[in-house]
Ligand binder design. Structure first.
Ligand SMILES: [Zn+2]
Ligand SMILES: [Zn+2]
Ligand SMILES: [Zn+2]
Length: 372
C-alpha cells in the first residue's frame, strides 16, 4: 500500500499530507520571530508578563506565550530580566530559562527561598538559579553542597549537579567549571546539493562497519577546528565522530576516541539488543542530505526554538529528557556539551536527538540519544 504523495507548497519536496513540510513550517516560524521589530518584541514580552501574573505556575499551559518565550529567547536573544522579575513576583519557577538574565535582587530572592530548611520548591528553584548563574549563585550552591538542608533528602542529586542545568558546575574546591561553550552556530540544510563550505559536514559514509550490527558507520559530524568560526571549540584539527546509525539510538552511549589528524575509533557502551543491519536504502537517504555551518553565530539558546530539523554546534542543548553531562571514562570529569544532531535532520523515520559531549584533555567524545 502506498501513501498519497503531495509536494510541499514552499520547497516542493515530497510529503504525505497537503500543505507545508515540517522543515519549511519551522523555518517560516523562525523567520517570523527574526523579523519582529523591537516594538513587537516588547508587546510579546508584555503578554508573557501578563500571562505569568494571570496564570501563576500554570504559565506553561499557555500555548502562545509559552511558545513566544522560547521563540524570543532562541531567535531574538532577548534579555529575560523583566520576565524573570515578574515570574519571581508570581512565584513561577518553570520553565527555568525565564531566569536566564535575572537581576541580582531576583537571584537574591530565590537564594533566600532555597536557604529555608523546608523549601518545597528547591528542585525547580535550583534550576532557575543555575541558569541565572553569577558568583552569588555559585557561593550559595557551594554552601548548600557542603551543608545540605533538610529538603535535600527529597532530591536525587546535589546542587553541583543542579548547576549543570545552567551549563556549569563546580569542583571540590568550589571552582566554577564550564560545561557548555559560549557560542552557538546552527548547521543549516542546503537546498541544492553540496556546498563548498566544509567546516562542518554531516553523516559522511565510512568504510568501516558496526561491530554490533554490521551497518556501515558514518561520521555523524566532522568538524574542521581550523575554521575560524569553530575556534571557540579549541580543536587542533579535523575531528571525525563515527557512529552506527542503527545502534546509536539503542545503546547507553557511543564513545569515540579521536585525534586531530582525523583518525577516530568508536565503541558502543551497553547496547540494548542485537540490531540487524540498516537497509541500504535507509543508509543512503541518511547520508544524502547536505548541510553547511552558518556564516554567523546565533543566540546561545538557538536550539531551544525546538526546531528538530536544525543541527547546532555550541550553545545550550534542547534536552528532551533531563539535562545530561556524561563523565569522561578516562579522567572522570564531566564532559562538555558541544553539539546536537536531531535525527529528523537526516531522515524522516527516526525520532529524538543525538547529543555530543567532549573531554578535550583525553580526546574522548560521548554521543548519546534522547527521545520522548
Ligand atoms: Zn518544504
Ligand atoms: Zn550498529
Ligand atoms: Zn577526560
Amino acid at each position: 500500500m502506498s501513501r498519497q504523495e503531495y509536494t510541499c507548497d514552499e520547497c516542493g519536496s515530497v510529503i504525505y499530507f497537503e500543505g507545508i513540510c515540517y522543515e519549511c513550517r519551522q523555518r517560516l516560524k523562525r523567520e517570523a520571530y527574526q523579523a519582529l521589530t523591537e516594538v513587537e518584541v516588547e508587546a510579546k514580552a508584555r503578554a508573557i508578563i501578563a500571562a505569568l501574573g494571570a496564570l501563576g505556575d500554570k504559565f506553561y499551559t499557555t500555548n502562545d506565550q509559552y511558545e513566544d518565550f522560547f521563540g524570543l529567547l532562541a531567535y531574538k536573544g532577548i534579555s529575560t530580566a523583566a520576565i524573570a522579575e515578574a515570574a519571581a513576583e508570581a512565584e513561577v519557577y518553570y520553565p527555568y530559562e525565564i531566569y536566564r538574565d535575572a537581576a541580582p535582587e531576583v537571584r537574591g530572592k530565590l537564594i533566600a527561598l532555597v536557604m529555608q530548611p523546608d523549601c518545597g520548591e528547591a528542585d525547580h528553584i535550583l534550576q532557575c538559579l543555575a541558569i541565572a548563574g553569577g558568583d552569588d549563585v555559585l557561593a550559595a550552591f557551594i554552601r548548600l553542597e557542603r551543608n545540605p538542608l533538610p529538603w535535600s533528602e527529597n532530591l536525587f542529586v546535589p546542587p553541583s549537579v543542579y548547576a549543570r542545568a545552567g551549563g556549569w558546575t563546580f569542583d571540590s574546591e568550589g571552582r566554577r567549571v564550564e560545561l557548555n561553550f559560549g557560542r552557538c552556530y546552527p548547521v543549516f540544510p542546503l537546498a541544492n546539493g553540496a556546498g563548498t563550505d566544509k567546516a562542518v559536514t554531516v553523516a559522511t559514509p565510512r568504510a568501516d562497519v558496526c561491530p554490533q550490527c554490521g551497518t556501515g558507520l558514518m561520521d555523524i559530524v566532522t568538524l574542521d577546528g581550523r575554521d575560524e568560526r569553530l575556534a571557540f571549540l579549541n580543536l587542533a584539527g579535523v575531528i571525525k565522530i563515527p557512529v552506527c546509525p542503527q545502534c546509536a539510538t539503542m545503546c547507553e552511549r557511543t564513545l569515540v576516541r579521536y585525534s586531530p589528524g582525523g583518525d577516530s575509533t568508536m565503541e558502543l557502551i551497553d547496547p540494548f539488543g542485537d540490531e540487524t543491519a540498516m537497509p541500504e536504502s535507509e543508509y543512503a537517504e541518511m547520508t544524502s542530505r547536505k548541510f553547511a555551518l552558518a556564516e554567523r553565530p546565533e543566540n546561545l539558546f538557538f536550539a531551544r526554538g525546538n526546531d528538530e530539523s536544525i543541527i547546532t554546534v555550541g550553545g545550550f542543548a534542547d534536552w528532551i529528557q533531563d539535562f545530561q553531562y556524561d563523565a569522561c571514562p578516562d579522567c572522570g570529569k564531566p564532559m562538555r556539551y558541544f553539539a546536537s544532531v536531531p535525527w529528523n535532520a537526516l531522515s524522516d523515520w527516526t525520532e529524538g536527538t543525538l547529543f555530543l559531549e567532549i573531554c578535550p584533555d583525553c580526546r574522548v567524545i560521548s554521543a548519546f540519544h534522547q527521545q520522548t
